[in-house]
Design a protein around this ligand. Structure first.
Ligand code: URA
Length: 231
C-alpha cells in the first residue's frame, strides 16, 4: 500500500504531521535511498528510511506482555498507571492506537496481548471464536469439588449479565489453588464466578491465551509477535 510520507511518520508515532513535514524538508527521510522534500509524496513503508533507519513496524504491532500487578489496561489517565507505560514512547503515539486484546484487572498479572490491529482484537475477544484463556487463582477458602460441575454446567448466572457463563473447565490443583479455562471474557469474570460459588479470589494470574504462554518473559517485559501468530 502506498502511503503519504507525512501521514506515515505521524501515524507511526515519530512526530506530529507538521514536524514530519519539517523532517522531510530537512532531508531526513528517503524513499529507496533518495531524499525527497515532497512531504505529500507517496511510498511503500518498506522503501522509507528516517535518519537512515527503516520504519518501526509499519504494517502493525502485536506484542505479548507479562503484565505486572498494579497497572490498568485502560487508556484513561484517571484510572491510574497503565500497561502502555511499559512500551516505547513512539508506540504510545501510534494511530491506530495500540490497545489490549481484552483486559486484565489492575490486580491481575500475566499474559496480555497488545496490538494496533482492531480486526485481531475483535477476533480474539469475540466469544464466538472460543479462544481459551487459562487463569490460575488462589482462593480464600478451601475449594468445594462441587464447583467443578457448577462451572462446567453452562448455567451459572452472574448478576447483571443477560446470559449465563458458557461451560468453563476448572482444575483443582490444591486446597486453595485452581486453574480455570474461559472462552469468553465478561467483566471480572473469574472473580465473579468464584464469588457466585461462595469463595473469594486472592490472587489471579493469566498463564495462557490461545496457544500462547509467557515462557521466560520477565514481569513487566514484552516481546513482538509476528502479525500472523493467530493465522
Ligand atoms: N477475570 C477477572 O476477574 N479478572 C481478570 O483480570 C481476568 C478475568
Amino acid at each position: 500500500m502506498m502511503r503519504r510520507l507525512d501521514q506515515l511518520l505521524a501515524n507511526l508515532g515519530y512526530c506530529s504531521r507538521s514536524e514530519a513535514r519539517e523532517w522531510i524538508r530537512a532531508g531526513r527521510v528517503t524513499i529507496r535511498g533518495v531524499a525527497t522534500d515532497d512531504f505529500g509524496a507517496k511510498a511503500q513503508a518498506a522503501d522509507v528510511l528516517v535518519d537512515g533507519a527503516p520504519l518501526d513496524y509499519p504494517d502493525g504491532l502485536l506484542l505479548i506482555v507479562h503484565k505486572p500487578l498494579g497497572l490498568v489496561c485502560s487508556h484513561e489517565e484517571r484510572e491510574g498507571p497503565n500497561v502502555y507505560s511499559l512500551l516505547p514512547e513512539r508506540w504510545r503515539r501510534r494511530n491506530p492506537v495500540v490497545t489490549s486484546v481484552g483486559r486484565l484487572d489492575k490486580d491481575t498479572s500475566g499474559l496480555l496481548l497488545l496490538t494496533d490491529q482492531s480486526e485481531l482484537v475483535h477476533r480474539l475477544t469475540s466469544p464466538k471464536h472460543k479462544v481459551p484463556k487459562i487463569y490460575r487463582a488462589t482462593l480464600e477458602r478451601d475449594l468445594d469439588p462441587a464447583i467443578v460441575a457448577l462451572f462446567a454446567g453452562g448455567t451459572l448466572q452472574l448478576e447483571g449479565e443477560k446470559l449465563p457463563c458458557v461451560p468453563a473447565e476448572l482444575k483443582i490443583l490444591g486446597p486453595r489453588v485452581a486453574e480455570l479455562t474461559l472462552t469468553e471474557g465478561k467483566y471480572h469474570q473469574v472473580r465473579r464466578m468464584f464469588a457466585a460459588a461462595g469463595n473469594t479470589v486472592l490472587t489471579l494470574h493469566r498463564r495462557r491465551f490461545g496457544h500462547l504462554e509467557l515462557g521466560e518473559l520477565p514481569v513487566g517485559q514484552w516481546r513482538e509477535l509476528p502479525l500472523v501468530t493467530f493465522g
